[in-house]
Design a binder for this molecule. Structure first.
Ligand code: ZN
Length: 155
């Protein structure tokens, strides 16, 4: 079993360890155990991600979709281009954050896409362009961070 884990820096990772496969199903397991956040990870300012999401109206910068649920609330995620945690040590600034849907955030963090200097988004599996990253004038994106992310994933 492969699990998706979110680390303290908000990066999504695949867990191939298979741990948890043998977890027994309790018929009445009760409430989920709460775990205190120890705060040992990098501090994150949710206002940064919120600003980026607001500039894009929760529209994913890769495919342009917005996740809208009953009642009309919309959802997106602030995706750090250069991860905040070790060893990447990226900054928590709007120029290092993209507004992505949940699926594309996961794919971006795990190398499903990289972005060229002209903001063409490339599917890293096929090498094909999936189009231009959708941008807003207010949202300056750091090419340094785009290049750093690309260096991790471009084969
Ligand atoms: Zn998306």
């Amino acid at each position: 079993m492969v699990e998706v884990l979110e680390d303290e820096a908000g990066q999504l990772h695949l867990d191939h360890s298979g741990e948890g496969d043998e977890a027994e199903e309790d018929e009445n397991p009760g409430p989920v155990r709460r775990v205190a956040n120890t705060g040992s990870g990098p501090a994150r300012n949710s206002a940064i991600a919120d600003q980026v999401k607001a500039w894009h109206d929760d529209r994913c910068q890769i495919y342009g979709q917005t996740l809208t649920v009953a009642g009309g609330a919309t959802f997106s995620q602030g995706a750090h281009i250069r991860g905040l945690g070790t060893p990447h040590s990226g900054p928590d600034t709007t120029s290092n954050v993209l507004c992505l849907c949940h699926n594309d955030h996961f794919l971006f963090d795990n190398g499903g896409y990289y972005i060229e200097d002209d903001f063409t988004v490339i599917n890293a599996v096929t090498g094909a362009s999936v189009g231009q990253l959708l941008r807003q004038r207010s949202h300056k994106i750091s090419l340094d961070h785009i290049r750093y992310h690309r260096s991790l994933w471009k084969i």
